[in-house]
Write a protein that binds this ligand. Structure first.
Ligand code: PEP
Length: 246
């Protein structure tokens, strides 16, 4: 059995005061619910320690990006070791905004994945197709290519202690969600591509997940939770999503 995981991606939102307020509201919300999903919060870099100090042991801390380099003269970059030092245990790798806005290729994403693995961080590998690619019938081919970039690293067990997030680009921050059937089809395909290890790999869905569409998405056999952007900034909504993943 795979434990459900719900991950919050705060992106570049908020202030320290906002983070403290949101965390206090989340704590209250979780205290009055009895949901047992694993929860992961990925705040902006400067707030990692603040969030790590504020959340209890039941909530994991993750970063939204990392450098492929170990250390050195790389101004503005943040290494895996620094993330670990700030208490992170997870890191998003290859989020579609990194790929599309900052030019991260499959090859660079693979290097970042390798850096995360080498350090002991659990990568949350984000993959997914654009609207154009879906309409051209290329969804599975695109996802397979994104996974192949990782496999070709030749790591010993790339899919062990790794989370995969399937996020169709056309569904991120747009209010459009893949139907549960569309998502399940790709999740099953991803699991097949992962081979034997894929049986225990958590595969999250991401793309406009909200309290009112979470239940039917999570009911799908190969959907093990969600990566949540916008709705993770609203405590009540996020707690409801986490509880739907139980
Ligand atoms: C995301 O940023 O990974 C995401 C899925 O965003 P949203 O939930 O806002 O679509």
């Amino acid at each position: 059995m795979r434990t459900p995981l719900v991950a919050a991606n705060w992106k570049m939102h908020g202030t320290q005061a906002f983070a403290r307020q949101l965390l206090a509201e989340l704590e209250k919300g979780f205290a009055s619910s009895n949901c047992s999903a694993q929860v992961l919060i990925c705040p902006p870099f400067p707030y990692l320690s603040l969030v790590g100090d504020a959340v209890g042991e039941g909530v994991a801390l993750g970063a939204q990006n990392l450098s492929e380099q170990v250390s050195g003269a790389f101004t503005g970059e943040v290494s895996a070791e620094m993330l670990l030092d700030c208490g992170a245990s997870y890191v998003l790798v290859g989020h579609s905004e990194r790929r599309s806005l900052y030019g991260e290729s499959n090859e660079l994403v693979a290097e970042k994945f390798a850096a995360a693995k080498a350090s002991g961080l659990i990568p949350v590998l984000c993959i997914g197709e654009s609207l154009e690619q879906r309409e051209a019938g290329k969804t599975l081919a695109v996802v397979a290519e994104q996974l192949a970039a990782i496999t070709s690293l030749g790591l010993e067990s790339p899919w062990q202690d790794t989370v995969v997030a399937y996020e169709p680009v056309w569904a991120i921050g747009t209010g459009k969600t893949a139907t549960p059937e569309q998502a399940q089809e790709v999740h099953r395909f991803i699991r097949e591509q992962l081979g034997e290890a894929g049986v225990s790999t958590q595969i999250l869905y991401g793309g406009s997940v909200k309290a009112d569409n979470a239940v039917e998405l999570f009911a799908q056999q190969d959907i093990d939770g969600a990566l949540v952007g916008g709705a993770s900034l609203k405590a009540e909504e996020f707690v409801s999503i986490c509880c739907a993943a139980d």
